[in-house]
Structures are given as C-alpha cells and as structure tokens.
Design a protein around this ligand. Structure first.
Ligand code: HEM
Length: 443
C-alpha cells in the first residue's frame, strides 16, 4: 500500500519552489538531487509537484508498465503551437493511430534506402571543407542533418527552399523558447505582442509546409517520408489530413535533425580529446571501408564506430530529460503519485550512474564492446526513451550518425580550438553553449 508521504527532496523557495535551480543549472541540479536524495526524489516548480526518478526499474514502470496512466509532461505540451498535434505531442487514440500510420515508413529496410542520400549530402559538405580552416562543428553538422532531413522528408534539394524553411522555423522556435522560460505563460489567444509575433511566425511556417505538401502530392512514387505518409492508410482506408501531415512532417523534422547533429558534434568533441579512440576508429575504417563512402550494409561491420556513438550518447545524451504527467493516482517506488504530478527521468543522471557505468565521466567506447548493453538493466541507458513512446527515428538516427562519422572521419580530423571544455546549454536538447569550435586537419 503506497504511503501518502512524499519522497525526500531539496527545499525550494515559497513561490517558485526549485524552478530557479532548474533554470540556472539544471544538469547539476538533477545530479545533486539524485545523489543526495536517491532513486526517487521530489521538488516543486511553483505549484507543480515533480518526482525525479533515477532507478532503471522505476523508469521502466513509468515508461512501459504504467505507460497508459501517463501523458507527456507540461514542457512537451508547451511546444504544441509549433509541433501541432504530431507524434511527439499528441496523446491517446489519436497518437496511436498516427503512430501506426507512420511506423511502416520507419521500417529498417525503408530507412536503409536513405543511406545514399545521407552519404551524398555528406560528400557535398566535405567537398566544401579545406584543411586548416576553423569551423563550428556543431553548425556544420546541424546544417548537414537539416539538409538530410529536408531531402528525406520532402525531397527538397533547393538551397533557397531550405533557407526559407529554416529561417521561419528559427523565428518560431526562438519565440517558443521565450515562452518556456516563464512560470505561467499567457494563453496563446491573449493578444500580447509576444503572442502575436509567435502566431505570425507559426502562420508563416505553416504556409511554407503547406507548399511542401502540395508539391508532395504532385510527385508519384516518391520515396521521401512525406510521400509515404501521404499514401499511408488506416485499416478503414482513411488517410492523414493535410493538417495532420503538416504536424507530423514538422515534428519529424524537429525531432530528427538537431538530435542527430548533437550526437555527431559531441562525438567529434570527445574524439578530439581522446586520440587513442580516434586512432582505433581510423583503423576500423581503413580495414572495413578503405576510403570508400559507407553504405547501410557496412554498419554491421563497424563495431567500434557503433561503440563510439553509443558512448557519446551516454556521456552527452542529446535528449537529457523525459517527462510524464500522471492521469490518475498511482504508486511508484512506495510513494503515491497523485494525478497531475510530473515525473522526470534524466538520461544525464542515469547515464552517469556508477552502479552501471564505473568511472562514469570517462569517455570509454570499449566499455560497450563486451556485451555491457545486455548486462545492465534496460533503463540504465535510454537515449531514445522507451515503451510505446520510444523514438520512432532511432534506426534512422543511428544509421545517419554512423555514415556521417565514417565518411567525415576518413577525410578529416578535428582539433578542438575552444579555450576550455564547451559550455552546456540544456534546452529541449543538450546544446553546446557556443558551438564546437574546431580546426580541420586532413586525415
Ligand atoms: C540521436 C538522435 C535522436 C535521439 C537522441 C532521439 C531521442 C528521442 C527520445 C528520448 C524520444 C522519447 C521522448 C519521450 O518519451 O518523451 C524521442 C521520440 C521521438 N523521436 Fe527521436 N531521437 C533522435 C532522432 C530522431 C529522428 C531521426 C527522428 C525522425 C526522423 C525522430 C523522431 C521522433 C519522434 C516522432 C518521436 C515521438 C514518438 C512518439 O511519441 O510516438 N527522432 N526521440
């Protein structure tokens, strides 16, 4: 029988609770809370009661066993103005139908068909690079994964179209992020200057997307994701409406490209600090690829490349926080979770748990080479989440990261040129504060 007491946790201020600590230093705050108060701890954001859950079994209970009693947390819902009712933000039967309609487009065989696009766009980027040039690796990888997303999603090649889309999106997102920083944002219908600007930015963005969808309808036999969503049919023969297509396309673009760019950016930063790991990678590529552009079939033969990506996502998880909200009263770890409570699960914390990852701050790809993934509990390592809401794009992302890493690494090395380790800017994803400054060296 669950007790009615709350788990232990840090005291906050009367009105804001612990929101200030979250806003100012959320990664350290989460780690401190988990270390000091244990596998289940609590704090408040204003009136909102939050549990931070850091034990794999408790995480599994929330994400898998009791998944039907939770919805996405308030943070995810705040992005609805931009993401609409797409897969990341929708719930219930609507979400389930959309997930079933979208799932076939993400079958391994279909995703593998995008490997040549990934390799081709990477080659184009590499042709524009020169040894000795200073770059911001994060900017370069974001531009590349954005181009790959737009080509695989909308069959979009034209740099002008790409620019128009990314400019409108950046504007909408900057306005959304401002909203996220306030404790109680004004409802969107309220005609404040900020809301009006946001609504205008979203309308511009929707107009661009509607143009892509209209073009998609004119293509026949397209293999881009939009074409696949356009023809996806439910058992009763119904298809997605234009509005749903727009929301899903927007969601896939946003959920898909920055996360993969971060995986690459953090991988290269970590490799620049660990020349011994980079040398092993170079050996693997030389043996398996010998300078060739990697294909989807090569990936199974690149275990060290896979270990590097896995380890980079452990040390610097692109998504460092998943949240849920209880839709009914529940039990968790001997405590009562009341309806409306928020549960946070942080990959930043879990992936640094010394019970499963000895010497957790150390970047050691080797730790994955002897079957670690099978020995640790499933939810000790969960860069892609889990349960019914697990990332739909995980196969896509892992293939993309491996192809780009190997294609780039066979031509160039990166010398990190920042004055100290890159600062962290945890937003929805774990961004580097000022990019990843590096100088390119010929391999
Ligand atoms: C390394 C890259 C990626 C990481 C780390 C990542 C991480 C995640 C995580 C943690 C979730 C679960 C969020 C939650 O449970 O609240 C998620 C969901 C999702 N991801 Fe990814 N993702 C990546 C790449 C991609 C790609 C490439 C796509 C699409 C092409 C994508 C599309 C989605 C979608 C649509 C969802 C929502 C699924 C649903 O709720 O049904 N992601 N992702």
């Amino acid at each position: 029988m669950p007790t009615s007491t709350l788990p232990p946790g840090p005291r906050g201020t009367l009105v804001r609770g612990n929101l200030g600590q979250f806003t100012d230093r959320r990664l350290d705050f989460f780690l401190d809370v988990a270390r000091e108060y244990g596998d289940i701890a609590t704090f408040r954001f204003g009136p909102r009661r939050i549990f931070l859950v850091s034990h794999p079994e408790l995480i599994e209970k929330v994400l898998v066993t009791d998944a039907r009693h939770y919805v996405k947390h308030f943070g995810a819902r705040m992005y609805k103005p931009v993401l609409g009712n797409g897969l990341v933000t929708s719930e219930g039967d609507f979400w389930l139908r959309q997930r079933r309609l979208s799932q076939p487009a993400f079958l391994k065989s279909r995703v593998q068909a995008y490997a040549p696009v990934m390799a081709d766009l990477t080659d184009r980027m590499l042709k524009a690079w020169t040894a000795g040039t200073p770059i911001d690796a994060h900017f370069e990888f974001s531009s590349l994964t954005s181009a790959i997303a737009l080509k695989t999603l909308f069959d979009l090649d034209d740099a002008g179209d790409r620019g128009r889309f990314t400019d409108t999106l950046r504007e909408a997102f900057a306005l959304m992020s401002d909203r996220f920083r306030t404790l109680v944002p004004l409802p969107l219908w309220f005609p404040s200057p900020a809301n009006r600007k946001l609504r205008r930015a979203v309308a511009d963005l929707n107009a661009v997307l509607d143009g892509f969808i209209a073009a998609g309808k004119k293509r026949t036999g397209g293999t881009d994701l939009l074409s696949r969503l356009l023809t996806a049919q439910d058992d009763d023969g119904t298809r997605m409406t234009d509005r749903q297509l727009r929301d899903e396309a927007m969601t896939l673009y946003l959920a898909g490209h920055e996360t993969t760019a971060l995986t690459l950016s953090w991988s290269w930063y970590l490799l620049s600090q660990h020349p011994e790991a980079e040398a092993k990678l170079a050996d693997e590529w030389q043996t398996v690829l010998a300078g060739r552009t990697p294909t989807a079939d090569d990936i199974a033969h690149l275990p060290y490349t896979e270990a590097v990506i896995t380890e980079a996502m452990r040390v610097s998880p692109p998504v460092y926080l998943i949240g849920r909200e209880a839709t009914t009263d529940l039990e968790l770890g001997g405590y009562r979770v009341r309806k409306g409570y928020t549960i946070f699960m942080s990959q930043w914390v879990s992936h640094r748990d010394p019970r499963y990852f000895p010497d957790p701050e150390a970047f050691r790809p080797e730790r994955w080479l002897d079957g670690l993934a099978k020995r640790i509990p499933k939810y000790a390592y969960y860069p892609f989440g889990g349960g019914p809401r697990v990332c739909i794009g995980n196969t896509f992302a892992l293939m993309e990261a491996a192809i780009i890493l190997a294609a780039v690494g066979q031509k160039f090395r990166f010398t990190y040129s920042g004055s100290g380790p890159p600062g962290l800017s945890p937003q929805i994803t774990l961004l580097p504060e000022d990019g990843i400054p590096a100088v390119l060296k010929q391999r």
